[in-house]
Design a binder for this molecule. Structure first.
Ligand code: NAD
Length: 358
């Protein structure tokens, strides 16, 4: 054990994972295994053609396509989807896409406990968590429940060959953020820590290869493998300062999800570097010894967005963001102090490297 985890509780989520190039063809047999006879296929408008192609392949196993999934799982969209589900006589859902589509499948299952099969096409990790974030009247709430965890996840790297490079990079850094927070989580455990380190290693090696050659099948497979591990960490242990800051920036300032994670990660890793030194050491070793500085340079070399300014945050919002971030803080290895958080946000806004050794 790399950390002093002599006492721990470890509960792994009971999902079935089917992984590999071409495994998209297993959707029918996996639905059958779940006892689903008529699945409503879900997607965003952007991936509608893919969802329709999948429904055509499924034939009578598909109850139809609902292609209106949207970011942050608006309750109005869920209600329309529930009506479509009932009208189609569906008895399960297939979510084809990233966190937005998976969120819709979870929102339906949370309400009617239907079986969910996910075909995951980004690295965000929602498919392996029992967590649902949904929005109603502009307010985002998060719920956890057994019914929310998808029963089966198919990871087919072929479906990610066309994930745009920019999204691949930010989504990959989003996945790494789950792992970084997982190793120092208050309820950390040795299995989650091993998955976190292996997941970050896989993404560290895969993302530069994807930037060089977006259709590199081996690199796409390695990235998806890393994303699965990092997502599993997110679903197993609690998150801390980084996720709190990203939820604040996304929820109160409407900043984009993956890009915000990507900008913030080097800064939050540096903030906790001293307080969680032992836990973070295996990750720091993957990035030349200094995790914050190493991640910052890694993201820069990949062409990731580097500043909150570029994501549209106004400098005048920084004080309010710091105030909000320290309200009801998540547990964090280093105390969450308003002035230090304001300084961190200032650096992230400017896009300069994180403060070293904080
Ligand atoms: P997303 O699902 O919003 O996808 C962004 C866009 O990319 C969409 O238009 C989508 O259709 C498209 N896309 C997805 N895969 C593609 C592919 N392979 N090729 C081409 N286009 C593709 O983005 P995301 O980052 O995966 O998800 C973000 C959302 O997920 C946020 O709302 C976030 O809060 C949520 N999330 C939830 C959890 C959880 O555990 N509850 C975890 C992570 C993220």
């Amino acid at each position: 054990m790399t950390d002093h985890m002599t006492t721990f509780t470890c509960a792994l989520n009971p999902a079935r994972i089917v992984f590999g190039a071409g495994k998209r063809s297993a959707v029918a047999s996996e639905l059958d295994r779940l006892g689903v006879t008529r699945a409503l296929v879900l997607s965003t408008p952007f991936q509608k053609a893919d969802a329709e192609a999948l429904a055509a392949e499924l034939g009578a196993l598909a109850a139809g396509v609902f292609a209106h999934a949207a970011m942050h799982t608006p309750v109005e969209v869920t209600q329309t989807a529930m009506a479509a589900y009932a009208a189609a006589g569906a008895d399960g859902v297939v979510a084809l896409g990233g966190g937005s589509t998976i969120g819709l499948g979870k929102a339906i299952a949370y309400r009617n406990d239907c079986p969910q099969l996910v075909v995951a096409t980004t690295y965000a990790g929602s498919e392996v968590t029992p967590i649902l974030g949904q929005t109603e009247n502009g307010v985002k709430t998060t719920v956890r429940a057994g019914s929310i965890l998808p029963e089966t996840v198919i990871y087919d790297p072929d479906l990610t060959l066309g994930l745009p490079v920019g999204m691949s990079v930010t989504s990959g850094l989003n996945a790494m953020a789950h792992a970084v927070e997982g190793v120092y989580a208050q309820d950390r455990n040795p299995i989650a820590a091993m998955m976190a380190v292996e997941g970050v290693r896989a993404l560290r090696d895969a993302l530069p290869a994807i930037v060089r050659t977006p259709a590199d099948a081996a690199a796409r497979g390695a990235a998806l493998y890393g994303a699965w591990l990092c997502g599993t960490v997110l679903g197993s242990v609690g998150m801390a300062l980084h996720h709190k800051l990203c939820h604040t920036l996304g929820g109160s300032f409407d900043l984009p999800h993956a890009e915000t994670h990507s900008v913030m990660l080097p800064h939050t890793a540096a903030y906790n570097a001293g307080a969680a030194k032992t836990a973070l050491q295996p990750l720091a070793d993957l990035f030349g010894g200094d995790l914050g500085a190493g991640l910052w340079q890694f993201a820069k070399d990949l062409g990731a967005p580097m500043s909150l300014r570029d994501l549209g945050l106004e400098e005048t919002d920084l004080d309010r963001a710091a105030d909000l971030a320290v309200q009801n803080p998540y547990w964090n290895p280093r105390p969450v102090e308003r002035d230090a958080i304001r300084a961190l946000l200032g650096r992230a806004w400017e896009g300069v490297p994180p403060e070293s050794g904080t």
